[in-house]
Design a protein around this ligand. Structure first.
Ligand code: NAD
Ligand code: MG
Length: 402
């Protein structure tokens, strides 16, 4: 049991946290659950502490004492730390080998950067970190010898379809020798694929977050309904695979069986297929380059109906167009877009605006908030200053619409 990989799961109480811990529980000889973080559902975090007995746990700063008392009552020796500094500390802890970055939204950025700076193996679910600060994160990973493994299913699929030399060094993707022509990101199209824009306008929260194929947290479920999620993933793919946005196509594939593809110059398309279950990409990244049983249902090929491929409607799903526009402008613009979207999604979940207002808020914020370009050695303060400026502006647009 000595050379078990020590894991810190940041965002342990969420949907990705659930899938990750299910795998870790099934492979206790290979992995040690060393640290966990939670933010809201602290009862659930307490249960996870009882089950996995981590060495450290991180909760919001104002909950540290209360949570420590509960752990003590439960007879656990887990150390409790708190807040953003606690997350940074956990992500860079010298005892940790692997950080699962599964906090949702901008809140996940600082700890992901800390993990990169500490040279960790990072399993990245928090796509917003790359959207806010793409080259900053990639440059920290390279400078500090960290390893970035995507667990977003599409990016994990593309990673699996690339040769090992590109997996190890993304700049190799430009070698004509490898013949990578394009990446194809597949999208389910979300719950409104076959509905009109007018239907989307009237949709409530329950309908918007009811994803046809995947069970996920609320924010990413709304992002899937507007296809902002695919826009964020397009930006994520540009940074992970060192490609400009015009080299990445988006295709709607409602069955979510092909998780993405790489197109090669000889006409080959390599795809990764599987049941729509996040345990597959997470297990792949946890054990890479080995393979382990993820616990996901194997794909039943004989039970599959036809696989469909549809071009996305960029008028209905304007967020996808905005993501390309922002990526062309630079990371400061993708940062603005991400911040606007987080504000708009929160306002929709609070039933202050309509679902279709999200794209309008994102577009207005993207076009109106002018910020300086972000250098690849930008500080976290620089990155967050842009995020905050965009949030303030987006709030005013929400207030006008609400
Ligand atoms: P979720 O809402 O289910 O869980 C989010 C986690 O983040 C929770 O543990 C929560 O406590 C924590 N958190 C929230 N706000 C926080 C804050 N301010 N400070 C510290 N912690 C905070 O979300 P999820 O669906 O698990 O998604 C997590 C990330 O993974 C997102 O970036 C999402 O885009 C990405 N992702 C998710 C899926 C999926 O299937 N769920 C797939 C691909 C990528
Ligand atoms: Mg995805």
């Amino acid at each position: 049991m000595t050379d078990r990989q020590r894991i810190a799961v940041l965002g342990a109480t969420g949907s990705i946290g659930d899938s990750t811990l299910a795998i870790l529980a099934a492979h206790r000889d290979d992995f040690e659950v060393y640290a966990l973080s939670g933010y809201q559902r602290l009862d659930k975090l307490l249960q996870l502490c009882q089950k996995f007995k981590p060495s450290r746990v991180c909760v919001p700063l104002d909950k540290v004492d209360e949570f420590a008392a509960k752990l003590m009552q439960a007879g656990l020796a887990t150390e409790v730390i708190g807040g953003i500094a606690g997350l940074d500390d956990m992500a860079s802890d010298s005892a940790v080998d692997t950080v699962v970055a599964a906090i949702v939204g901008a809140a996940g950025l600082p700890s992901t950067l800390a993990a990169a700076r500490a040279g960790k193996r990072i399993l990245l679910a928090n796509k917003e970190a790359l959207v806010m600060a793409g080259q900053v994160l990639i440059s920290l990973v390279k400078t500090h010898g960290a390893t970035l493994l995507p667990i977003d299913s599409e990016h994990n699929a593309i990673f699996q379809c690339l040769p090992p030399s590109i997996q190890q060094d993304n700049s190799q993707i430009h070698q004509p020798y490898h013949g990578v022509r394009k990446l194809w990101l597949t999208a389910s199209g979300g719950p409104f694929l076959h509905h009109s824009f007018e239907h989307m306008q009237q949709a409530g929260v329950a309908e918007a977050i009811k994803h046809p194929n995947w069970s996920m947290g609320q924010k990413i479920s709304v992002d899937s309904a507007t296809m902002m999620n695919k826009g964020l993933e397009l930006i994520e793919a540009c940074h992970l695979f060192d490609l400009s946005e015009d080299k990445i196509n988006v295709v709607i594939h409602p069955q979510s069986i092909i998780h993405s593809m790489v197109e090669y110059s000889d006409g080959s398309f390599l795809a990764q297929l599987g049941s729509p279950d996040m345990k597959t990409p997470i297990a792949h990244a946890l054990s890479y380059p080995k393979r382990i049983d993820s616990g996901a249902q194997p794909l039943d090929l004989f039970a599959l109906s036809a696989l469909e491929f549809i071009a996305p409607d960029l008028q209905k799903f304007a967020c996808l167009r905005l993501a390309r526009q922002a990526m062309q402008a630079g990371t400061q613009a993708t940062n603005v877009l991400n911040a606007a979207n987080e504000i708009a999604v929160a306002a929709f979940l609070q039933q202050r605006i309509r679902l279709t207002d999200i794209a309008a808020i994102n577009e207005q914020t993207l076009n109106q908030v002018v910020v300086p370009a972000l250098a690849s050695d930008a500080s976290i303060e620089d990155i967050l200053a842009i995020d905050q400026a965009a949030r303030r502006y987006a709030e005013t647009v929400v207030a006008q619409l609400a």
